[in-house]
Write a protein that binds this ligand. Structure first.
Ligand code: ATP
Ligand code: MG
Length: 357
């Protein structure tokens, strides 16, 4: 029997609503597998917690999380609490403390869905973005000077370390090789950002030497964004810095059906620390409490978590079940053209999982 300890931070807004479906699915998956058990522990660390305690999580929060195999996160954010608090005091400390230096985001059009790029079928839209998750443009280094004068200025530094760039680029190549992919595209902008990006390019070229069987391309971020729309079928694995990856993956989510479907993993590949899986959408205050949020992004994140734990067959089964339900077209939440509730969508996927399993 494989036992896994799962920390759950459901968060704010639609976070708890979609997480309920993610967790129900996880228990269903354990039931059909037989030899698996997930022990989940929930932590109420969200913006309400912040209002009551003046912080997003207790002082020993990271020490507590450290003891788990994996973390599942719903969504964090509240219109009344600035993002720099909710993000900088909860999500970023977890990513950094646990060396979750890979942000893995599949860009895959699921069977049964149409892309807004209507001329593309689902075979054309299936690749993965590997985003650097700990350094780069989101460095917290910089400052402002001369407030209240005409010379007021703000500076924000990019930090690219050899250690940080090498490990993300290596991960991307390894992933390409392990999944039998032929092409790796690295996002760059060395013509405009003339210190850090040439350094990034150099390291990509060095590591590419270790993977002669994989075709490497360095593509400027502006052109790359256009290619996501005009020729997405030319990508297998895309590797990008923190900021570029952030932007590309929202674009990627849009071309495969929207935020309600897009999963992600914050991964520590060495498994020295827990990795964290979460839908990429936010707390969606505009629809929170109405019961219509799409739980697929969260359920797909659970599938990625199963892959990470080595339960690949089960992860695949979960994704197949999502695709079956979408292909049937009977149960859909409003964001993908239906009238179903969050719970109905979750239930339909669980029923299909039992049928397949
Ligand atoms: P946050 O500050 O928490 O990131 P946000 O408003 O910036 O919140 P999202 O919460 O991601 O960003 O919401 C963007 C839009 O996408 C909203 O209109 C929201 O309703 C919609 N949306 C996000 N997630 C879902 C979902 N799971 N199902 C349906 N619609 C969603
Ligand atoms: Mg947002």
């Amino acid at each position: 029997m494989n036992h896994y300890a799962v920390a759950v931070i459901a968060g704010d807004g639609i976070g708890p609503e979609v997480m309920a479906e993610g967790l129900a699915l996880l228990q269903a998956a354990a039931e059909i597998h037989g030899g698996l058990a997930f022990e989940t522990s929930s932590f109420p660390w969200n913006c309400r917690y912040y209002r009551e305690h003046g912080r997003m999580m207790p002082e020993d929060g990271l020490t507590t999380l450290r003891q788990f195999d994996v973390i599942l996160l719903g969504a964090i954010g509240d219109p009344g609490v600035p993002d720099h608090i909710s993000v900088w005091e909860l999500i970023l400390p977890i990513r950094r403390a646990f060396q979750q230096y890979v942000n893995l985001r599949p860009i895959k059009l699921l069977r049964g869905l149409e892309s807004p790029l209507r001329y593309k079928g689902h075979a054309d839209l299936d690749f993965v973005v590997v985003r650097e998750n700990t350094e780069g443009e989101y460095s917290n280094m910089g400052g402002r000077l001369h407030a209240g004068t005409p010379y007021e200025l703000a500076v924000q530094n990019n930090v690219f370390t050899r250690y940080g760039v090498e490990r993300i680029v290596r991960y991307a190549y390894r992933l390409a090789k392990e999944t039998g992919k032929r092409r790796l595209t690295a996002a760059t902008k060395s013509n405009g950002i003339n210190h850090s990006m040439p350094f990034w390019d150099e390291i990509v070229k060095e590591v590419s030497g270790e993977y002669p069987e994989i075709e490497t391309r360095l593509t400027h971020i502006d052109a790359l964004s256009a290619y996501f729309v005009s020729r997405p079928e030319t990508f297998d694995v895309v590797v990008a810095s923190n900021l570029f990856g952030d932007i590309l993956t929202d674009l990627g989510a849009a071309i495969v059906g929207g935020l309600g479907l897009a999963p992600s993993g914050n991964i520590n590949p060495e498994k020295d620390y827990p990795s964290m899986f979460e839908p990429i959408h936010g707390s969606a205050p505009d629809i929170a409490g109405t019961g219509i949020a799409n739980p697929i992004a969260t359920i797909w994140s659970v599938s990625m978590m199963l892959d990470h734990l080595g339960e690949r067959e089960l992860g695949r089964l979960v994704l197949d079940s999502i695709e079956d339900v979408l292909t049937e077209r009977r149960v859909r939440t409003p964001d993908i053209g239906g009238t179903a509730t969050t719970r109905e969508m979750g239930e339909a996927i669980r029923e299909q999982l039992y049928r397949r399993g």
